[in-house]
Design a protein around this ligand. Structure first.
Ligand code: AMP
Ligand code: GLY
Length: 397
């Protein structure tokens, strides 16, 4: 049973240097860092000290995600399209600036500069929303992330994300995906880490990837270079797309979840080869990068979350996952474990986002049918399990 990652015998006190040393001692030849926190804290730096190849940026570059003030400063210097903004410190300045944006433009986005697991952003179109955002920011455990706050204009358009592998090889775009962050259908309910995704994004113009490379990624790499920095890893560009083209909402310094799952199933290329090339470990076969353009059809990912997600409130029911769900993984279907544990030989769901099911098909209707049929079969007895039924639905209606 190797559908779950191996649990390492390390305590919570283990430092990132301990983790890197452990990997080195195990003879691991390549580290790919998934989440943002260890990148922000310097796991890539710890690997670099041990000469352990790591796909993920150094701490100084990971600030593109861990400091929104840094990201905006880089974007402004590089001439990358993004919302007009002001950086402020302290509650009084935050309130004053947000109210000025509201009066001048009809809206304000208030963002904690530091990492806040997606909970530190408030899009405000009236005074009450500003009051509530400020209350949350300064009085509900986000004080550290909100030491610096970025106030922005509201951008209009449709949201999507762009992904590209960067490093020593030619930049390798993976394409676009659309995440569904709200818990319930039709974008209702609280924000979550992500409840589902689709790729590709058929409502974008045909040259969308080239536009983002030219207007965002290339100027970003140049500006980082001016600052003595280089980017190694996956860059995630959160975008608002309007008639004027792309405008950057945020950078993440990693693949997203569930974006990683939907893109990996959709892409017929071998990501291990793409990553090795970015780390200078092996050259890419000719035509390998361009082959991404030949990916056809569509993929849809749907997240199953425990009944108590996202606040951990209410009953925390757990369900047994039949092992065939992982054994059936193949090129067009994949069940990815999230909060899952192996207990006495049985896979059991835990608290949070428990599974992501991804299906690929010749079009969105086929991919959706495949993934939702699998979900119905799997969850028939799982009372209270939460998932969205509308992932990719607008594309087939
Ligand atoms: P962020 O963490 O910066 O990606 O913001 C979280 C969410 O807030 C984004 O996914 C958008 O839906 C929304 N958002 C952030 N900034 C803006 C903006 N300037 N205009 C409109 N919506 C925004
Ligand atoms: N699904 C959004 C993220 O991983 O940041």
């Amino acid at each position: 049973m190797d559908s779950l990652g191996q649990r390492l015998d390390m305590t919570h006190e283990a430092s990132l240097t301990d983790v890197a040393r452990y990997a080195k001692n195990q003879g691991i030849s390549l580290v790919v860092v998934g989440p943002e926190q260890p990148l922000a804290e310097g796991l890539a730096d710890a690997c670099a000290l041990l000469q352990l190849p790591c796909f993920g940026p150094l701490k100084a570059v990971a600030q593109l995600e861990s400091s929104k003030a840094f990201a905006k400063d880089v974007m402004q210097a590089a001439g990358i399209p993004t919302a007009a903004y002001t950086t402020v410190h302290g509650e009084a300045a935050c309130r004053k600036t947000a109210e000025e944006y509201l009066a001048a433009t009809g809206g304000a986005v208030i963002k904690a500069s530091g990492l806040a697991s997606g909970k530190g952003v408030f899009v405000c179109t009236n005074q009450a929303a500003i009051d509530e955002g400020i209350e949350r920011l300064y009085r509900s455990g986000m004080a550290k992330a909100a030491e610096t706050v970025v106030i922005e204009q509201i951008l209009q358009g449709r949201e999507c994300s762009f992904f590209v592998f960067l490093g020593q090889g030619p930049a390798t775009p993976l394409g676009f995906a659309v995440d569904h962050k709200r818990l319930r259908d039709h974008d209702e309910g609280p924000n979550t880490g992500g409840m589902g995704c689709y790729t590709p994004v058929p409502w974008l113009p045909a040259d969308a990837s080239d536009q983002v490379m030219q207007k965002v990624v290339e100027p970003l790499i140049e500006e980082l270079k001016r600052r003595g920095l280089t980017y190694t890893g996956c860059l995630y560009v959160g975008l608002m797309w309007s008639v004027d083209g792309p405008s950057v909402v945020e950078f993440n310094v990693r693949l997203g979840d569930p974006e990683a799952e939907v893109l990996a199933v959709f892409d017929r290329r071998d990501w291990a080869q793409l990553i090795a090339a970015q780390l200078g470990l092996s050259p890419l076969p000719e035509g390998f990068v361009a082959a991404g353009r030949d990916n056809e059809g569509a993929a849809v990912a749907v997240v199953l979350a425990s009944p108590c997600y996202p606040f951990g409130e209410g009953e925390s029911k757990r369900f047994e996952i039949p092992s065939f769900i992982f054994e059936n993984n193949g090129p067009d279907f994949c069940a990815c474990a999230g909060a899952v544990r192996l207990e006495h030989g049985k896979y059991m769901t835990g608290k949070g986002r428990v599974l992501t099911l991804v299906a690929r098909g010749k079009d969105f209707a086929t991919a959706r049918q495949r993934v939702y049929t699998a979900i119905h079969d799997l969850t028939a007895q799982w009372q209270g399990i939460q998932y969205r039924k509308d992932i990719g639905l607008s594309l087939v209606e």
